[in-house]
Write a protein that binds this ligand. Structure first.
Ligand SMILES: [Zn+2]
Length: 253
């Protein structure tokens, strides 16, 4: 295939925090979705992102905390496979540790800014809309850290956390409205959370939303179990890159 894909990940966004938002319901009607997708253990930001980008479980990439350690046996991730297929990638994020999700030399454009997360969600989205309009990259990763920050500060499912999820979807809506038809969208999270933490095997931490909208997805609930590792082979197939031999997830198309 030769699709263009925008992956939007909201850090720490629980399915039950978003499914009743009016815009989410509208988006759901047009997408293939499950509110019961699973992340990997430990349900911690960098390990979960590593499994998403590298398509392998924690025991294979070896990152079990938010501290990156260069692997003994490197695996090509989605960004490397796309680059090998001469596809362009642009990334927008507000948590600096994510810089190790890709190896140097494979990104066309990258934007990171350390600032209040409620502000960077808007500023990264502004820049993503500008960059995509001008350059039309094959793959875009837009990371929104705001819900995780609100969860740790105030508690998951509290009013302030719910507000961070609503505000994140306001940004998602802007991107979808601008590029619907031109891009396929995948919306997900890295993990959930409970009280003011995450990282356990509790369903509140391990269950994540997965939504995909585009011509290759039939709208409606996905009945099969989706895992965070399935996202990378799905993107590779959509954009037109080959999967790395090590990847353990299954393409959803
Ligand atoms: Zn996280």
């Amino acid at each position: 295939m030769n699709r263009k894909v925008i992956l939007i990940l909201c850090d720490g966004m629980r399915p039950d925090a978003m499914e009743n938002l009016p815009y989410v319901k509208e988006f759901m009607k047009k997408s293939a979705y499950t509110m019961k997708a699973e992340t990997v253990f430990p349900s911690v930001t960098l390990p979960c992102h590593m499994s998403l980008f590298l398509g392998v479980p924690t025991e294979r990439h070896g990152i079990t905390t938010n501290l990156y350690m260069p692997p003994v046996r490197p695996v090509n991730g989605i960004i490397e496979q796309l680059d090998a297929a001469k596809k362009t990638s642009a990334v927008f994020y507000d948590w600096e540790q994510l810089r190790d999700l890709w190896r140097p030399g494979n990104i066309a454009y990258s934007r990171f800014e350390a600032r209040e997360l409620s502000e960077t969600a808007v500023r990264n989205t502004d820049d993503a809309i500008r960059y995509i309009s001008e350059n039309s990259p094959d793959f875009v990763f837009l990371y929104i850290g705001y819900p995780d920050g609100a969860g740790h500060d105030f508690g998951w499912m509290t009013e302030k956390y719910m507000e961070s999820v609503r505000a994140s979807w306001e940004q998602i809506a802007r991107v979808v409205e601008k590029f619907e038809g031109e891009y396929t969208f995948i919306i997900t999270a890295d993990h959930g959370g409970h009280d003011r933490i995450h990282g356990t095997e509790m369903p509140e931490d391990m269950i994540i939303p997965f939504m995909a909208m585009g011509p290759d997805f039939v709208p409606g609930e996905i009945k099969e179990q989706v895992n965070i590792m399935d996202i990378t082979p799905t993107i590779a197939k959509l954009v037109g890159a080959s999967c790395a031999d090590e990847w353990e997830g299954n393409s959803l198309i």
